[in-house]
Design a protein around this ligand. Sequence first.
Ligand SMILES: [Fe+2]
Length: 336
Amino acid sequence: MPSSSLAAPLDVTLRPDRPATLDVDPPDDVPRWAAECREALRAQVAEHGALLVRGLGLRDADQVGAAFARLAGGSGLMAEREAFAPREAHAEGLYSSTAWPANQPMCMHHELSYRLEVPGLMLFACLTAPGQGGATAVADAEQVLRALPTGLTERFEREGWLLTRSYNDEIGASLAESFGTDDRAEIERYCRAHAIDFTWRPDGSLRTEQRRSAVVRHPLTGRRCWFNQIAFLNEWTLAPEVREYLVDEYGEDGLPFNTRYGDGSPIGEDVVQVLNGTYEEHTRREPWQAGDLLLVDNIRTAHSREPYTGDRQVLVGMAEPRRPADDCPAVEASER
Ligand SMILES: [Fe+2]
């Protein structure tokens, strides 16, 4: 049975397997509605980790951009850096969802968790709902941390995790898409400033490695969250035929992206299965309807994109920049 939150001024519906949902009547002026409701909406996101707003009737990129800008608050919408796959930019800080094969899932992850500065708030707007599937599902990172085997989380908490990236001209984001430039000196400056180790290979391609905390404290609640992309960006999450192709083409050490333990050891397939399986047990999903808005606390809540058929247009914004590693001195985000 649906139940409503008593604590809140907004009448939010809570169901066990779905994100908290707020049904509204379509306002005349969506950006003004967003500005007026921002504080109340943000309080709901803080309480529930994510909030789906249904009934707004979001219809085009201009309107979504204006609403996102109001919802982003004082620091505005963030420009994306270090993307692992390309997005189309509709306006400053307003992006398409990541280009990713429709029949492959984007497993649970926290956006840009491998950066020093991450978005604290994710904004999603659905302009076209897919025929089947394609939900942006969510999972609570506090619950996931508690549910994972203690030995595993303790190791990652102690060592952190490594993201390795190898740039090529065919798969994944280009240098310009990731760093905002393809100028070598500027890329090197960016890497030094953001605690990324880098190597230029003899063929001129770039390989990078960065170590980050796998468990962080939430900046508002202080509670510990499983916050990383260890599973999603690991080779064992890829479809077997895709992994095989990439290893054949680029070699074990040349995959466009891969993850490791903080000490550099490879992560076994069994561990990646445990991580993705635990996410699945904590997944809440609601199929998109055109016009929907979804707000996600990016540190408290992981999100995914499920496989789909048909057309799907979901716009994305990032806001409230945070530096979660500053609260986790145990793993220094630095050169090893
Ligand atoms: Fe994402």
